[in-house]
Unconditional design. Structure first.
Length: 314
């Protein structure tokens, strides 16, 4: 914790399933993806696993859903790199090509006996409960529940990545965006009248899974708070050490006896850490004091963020 940085997601729960051993072959498929898609797939799997835990699903379902989540974007292997990695907005034609990653991933999984059980994640993760999704415009009753969970996790991580979050401060703004997707919209689709009547009161994403995601995000925010507090403790120790050096320096300056001056300077040397010396310790002490004030402010903002999330309603 010497640099004060954290992993954005706390994957403690994910590791508890020992999924690496269970998913050795499935995980090997991710090695063929570009680094950004692979990281996204890992994040989505992390979130899906933990959402399932909060929804109290049994271990076999949770493991199956997690593997489906790992493989949900496997079809992006077949998307041209110039489209997949395009920094700006896609053209309509490019977007249509990008959308084919769902069917391409499904076909890949169906051709491989080891991947076939997890094909539903690849095919259905962009379907929407109100029929506005793709590739088939399915509605709630026809979308596998696992895919509904994956969609919630997928959208969350996509927004987090796009906005380049490195802290959970203001993460509630992302959750508010997802709440909009969980609520009914004015979207009108050419479907049979009975289907239209059945789905006009639902949004795009599963509200139950989204509520569970709120709890996951609170957990991750608390995890970040614990990391910040650990870093604050580290900074406090360094400040205490450097302030002792500062006291020795003052005593060295005040004394007229050369022997005492050498004694205090030797004491300073013993307290110096890597890269510190007589010329820069004051600057480092000042930086640590500024850093601890900044981290304390971050801690308070994170606690405030949790209060906001707890008040959110779908």
């Amino acid at each position: 914790m010497k640099n004060g940085t954290i992993d954005f997601y706390n994957s403690t729960n994910l590791k508890s399933y020992n999924l690496d051993a269970i998913m050795k072959y499935q995980l090997s498929m991710l090695d063929r993806l570009d680094v950004f898609t692979r990281r996204h797939s890992e994040n989505v799997a992390n979130l899906v696993c933990r959402i399932c835990e909060y929804l109290h699903y049994k271990k076999p379902f949770t493991i199956h859903a997690t593997i489906c989540a790992y493989l949900h974007d496997i079809g992006k292997l077949f998307i041209p790199k110039e489209i997949l990695n395009k920094p700006g907005a896609l053209t309509e034609e490019e977007y249509e090509i990008m959308k084919t990653h769902t069917t391409l991933g499904y076909e890949m999984c169906m051709k491989d006996l080891k991947l076939r059980p997890y094909a539903e994640g690849a095919l259905y993760h962009h379907e929407a409960l109100n029929g506005s999704g793709y590739p088939n415009g399915l509605t709630k009753k026809d979308i596998p529940y696992i895919a509904q969970i994956i969609r919630v996790a997928d959208e969350y991580d996509a927004i987090v990545t796009k906005r380049q979050y490195t802290t959970h401060i203001n993460i509630s703004e992302t959750l508010k965006e997802l709440i909009k997707d969980a609520q009914p919209t004015d979207y009108i689709k050419t479907v049979a009248l009975d289907s239209l009547k059945e789905n006009y009161k639902v949004g795009k994403i599963n509200a139950k899974a989204l509520k569970a995601l709120f709890k996951v995000v609170i957990d991750d925010t608390l995890y970040e708070i614990s990391c910040v507090m650990e870093y604050i403790d580290y900074l406090a120790e360094q400040i205490k050490r450097l302030e002792k050096i500062e006291k020795y320096a003052l005593k060295s300056q005040k004394t007229k006896k050369e022997k005492e001056k050498q004694y205090y300077q030797e004491g300073m040397k013993m307290l110096f850490s890597n890269g510190e010396n007589f010329d820069n310790y004051e600057k480092i002490l000042s930086e640590y004091r500024e850093a601890i004030i900044l981290r304390q402010d971050v801690k308070e903002k994170l606690y405030e963020e949790i209060k906001i999330i707890k008040k959110l309603r779908i």
